[in-house]
Design a protein around this ligand. Structure first.
Ligand SMILES: Nc1ncnc2c1ncn2[C@@H]1O[C@H](COP(=O)(O)OP(=O)(O)OP(=O)(O)O)[C@@H](O)[C@H]1O
Length: 242
């Protein structure tokens, strides 16, 4: 756990007053975050708190109604988001082979190094399945392929939305190991999870959302030992929020 993760004066990802409205409904309200360059930021919060929509906004998939996002000091652009990856909870794979799913993203990024493709598949244990139709893989295998596809371009920022929600302990452990390795190789990681044990294993810092608002952002040890917000206290003790 790095002490600088929350206080860093030069945030890699900076959001200011981020707001997202859908009709009369406010999905994100005044989210101001400073995430440092290093480590794994875990986002937690009750169902419907806005974790997934926040990732989509951070990746430029949904334009915010108000507020600003900067990455390494620059306002978010398609050029910047191309250097970032988002892994969804339910992987969206092409109706092609495992290898072709990786090739597609390599071509889209103008990368022609064949070795990258095999390295990525080897890393997630899918090299032997390279010719299998991607959509016939099991849920866990599909998630590992989605992770390989996200990693093959060496993103500056990797965001994962509950990537192990439906996986068995072995597959979960593999994904946690790869994510932890990735975070020490110059990739900032933002990881959404409901699994408190997993958050304890992975997090350097924790962002806790409550009803679309930032309830707290704390170093992981402080968050798990003594959460400051009533919402996080209730969440960690398994209470239902009303
Ligand atoms: N594309 C969208 N357009 C409009 N509203 C949306 C959209 N996606 C999600 N929402 C709404 O935004 C709110 C937050 O949803 P979100 O999926 O971000 O929650 P979450 O914190 O990820 O929850 P969970 O833990 O259940 O996955 C919900 O009320 C949801 O219905």
């Amino acid at each position: 756990m790095r002490d600088t993760v929350v206080q860093s004066s030069v945030p890699a990802l900076h959001t200011e007053g981020l707001r997202l409205e859908d009709g009369n409904h406010c999905l994100l309200d005044d989210i101001t975050l400073r995430l440092c360059e290093d480590g794994i930021t875990v986002i937690m919060g009750h169902n419907g708190a806005g974790k997934s929509v926040l990732l989509r906004v951070l990746h430029g998939l949904i334009p915010p109604s108000a507020g600003r996002i900067t990455w390494r000091g620059d306002a978010l652009t398609p050029e910047i988001t191309r250097r970032q990856s988002l892994v969804f909870q339910k992987p969206v794979l092409l109706r092609r082979s495992v290898a072709a799913n990786i090739d597609f993203i390599l071509r889209a990024r103008g990368l022609r190094d064949e070795a990258l493709r095999w390295d990525a598949l080897r890393r997630v244990g899918l090299l032997d399945m390279r010719d299998h139709p991607a959509r016939r893989l099991s849920g866990g295998e599909q998630q590992r392929l989605a992770l390989a596809r996200a990693l093959v371009t060496s993103p500056e920022l990797l965001m994962l939305d509950e990537p192990t929600a439906n996986l068995d302990p072995g597959a979960t452990q593999m994904i946690e190991r790869i994510v932890a390795e990735t975070a020490v190789q110059n990739t900032k990681v933002i990881f959404v999870t409901h699994d408190i044990g997993q958050a304890r294993r992975l997090a350097d810092d924790v962002v806790f959302l409550n009803k679309g608002r930032l309830a707290e952002h704390s170093p992981a040890a402080a968050f798990f030992d003594a959460p400051r917000s009533a919402a996080a206290q209730a969440y960690l003790s398994g209470d239902i929020l009303t």
